[in-house]
Design a protein around this ligand. Sequence first.
Ligand code: OSB
Ligand code: MG
Length: 368
Amino acid sequence: FRIDGAEIVLVRLPLQFRFETSFGVQTEKLVPLLVLHGDGVQGLSEGTMEAAPMYREETIAGALNLLREVFLPRVLGQTFANPEAVDAALGSFRGNRMARAMVEMAAWDLWARTLGVPLGTLLGGNKQEVEVGVSLGIQADEAATVDVVRRHVEQGYRRIKLKIKPGWDVQPVRAVREAFPDIRLTVDANSAYTLADSGRLAALDAFDLTYIEQPLAWDDLVDHAELQRRLRTPLCLDESVASAQDARKGLALGAGRVINIKVARVGGHAEARRVHDVAESFGAPVWCGGMLESGVGRAHNIHLSTLPDFRLPGDTSSASRYWATDVVNEPLEATNGLMPVPEGPGIGVTLNRDFIGGVSELHEEYRA
Ligand code: OSB
Ligand code: MG
């Protein structure tokens, strides 16, 4: 297939909830979108980097400049045999995986739409729906935490993840576990702890957590391995896995026993599938993480989650939780903790161009 045009769009969306993590508080989302044109169809992707390099090192400003100056010139006007060839064409560039993923993921969607096949099927998945949980931000107190957990348990979510930070960990987890003895419960620290906190983290062993997500530094595997030796609860790696090589090293070191795959964090679907295969070879389950995506990134996540080693519920909860109006026309809603895979070719969603036109802060078009 040939890539003969591209659009970069930047949209600002208000979040329907206040999302507090160990990084800080978020109340809106800046969503960079990429549309690739070719063979009369459009392939869509979403950047998951943020304005500031808090989660990982990439930023929206940096990514958009790389798209304009390096990555789009590398693919515009070119013909590719398949999306893996796009991944390979970008593979010699160092880092900047979220920016590269924008091109790679849009190419997968373009290719799948050209073939008239759902993306999940092309990737090797075979589910009609995927199990989902929910990621809940830090609340004002324990009562508010139990309250928000109750609302989401009642909606059928299959796993509750609580954001924690030093000073807000054992108390909310104990309160939620006492109120809900049987739910699948996890925590995510977003790198807020150090090895010196291992006693505090070991106290979480009492609450039957499925895993503790990314407690230590974003770029560290060695200390995670040491912490894992001190805990019974499995560690789950998020920030510190940017590639299949990172996954292999992390699992070989014992830095964790579960991997959160975010397709954009690792550079796209081809690399996400390689991470999936490495984890499977270690007998480690994976699950699909989220970055508060709009419907474009959410649809990509759902399709990726149809691969067999996605054995734990993902963070891809209902779009209506996040947005009053989404950037896509199709609703992405879970029922009883099951998210249906959007039907139709590619990622199965289409841009709501009227809505986007009213809220976009940037719209650039490129031709081969
Ligand atoms: O660590 O998984 C994370 C959101 C933004 C950045 C990092 C993370 C998250 C979430 C939210 O946990 C998951 C979602 O609902 O999309
Ligand atoms: Mg995380």
